[in-house]
Design a protein around this ligand. Sequence first.
Ligand code: URA
Ligand code: URA
Length: 199
Amino acid sequence: MIAEPGSPLASLREEVLGCTKCDLCKSRRHAIFGEGNPAARIMIIGEAPGYDEDVQGRPFVGKSGQLLDKILAACGFTRTQHVFISNIVKCRPPGNRTPSLKEAEVCMPYLKRQIEIINPEFLVLLGATALRYMVGEKYKITAMRGTWIDIEGRKAMPVYHPAALLRNPALKRPTWEDFKALVWKYREIVNPQHHSEHV
Ligand code: URA
Ligand code: URA
């Protein structure tokens, strides 16, 4: 689903797609705004686009994205209806390196505005980079995953990044526990009838 033409989200998208605030604009094929339901109650926040995302202009379409889709499906969530997916940094850092502090700081205002416009109840923070820039640099993903953190009245939960699950399959089990807790809270707060085959 794409934002209505002329809406605040659509204008912000145009701004992001034309952004030249940092050097990542020189090497990118696409700036990736994010996608999903502009009225989603859940926002999923990753780190930065990788190779596949840069080529296709969509977030989480590579191997990590395929795993994320499987997890969302098990929760009964779809990209078009239940979530909006974006990243801390909107352009691919060359070689998929972690975004620099400066790149993250320059780009974060876009994410903040996305969050204000979409106004989700839940923020799912995928991995160490999302946790660092959304919550603070002293927090560790291993300690914070699966816990609820209040971010300006929203319920944020850090979880391991799908790329971490691909590198270390032992992280899949705790991550599934975390997503189950998200489904329970979603039923409590958004929709008691929310259906999932697995939770
Ligand atoms: N990893 C991320 O953090 N974001 C994407 O969009 C793709 C992979
Ligand atoms: N390291 C990361 O960058 N992300 C995780 O989710 C776990 C370890």
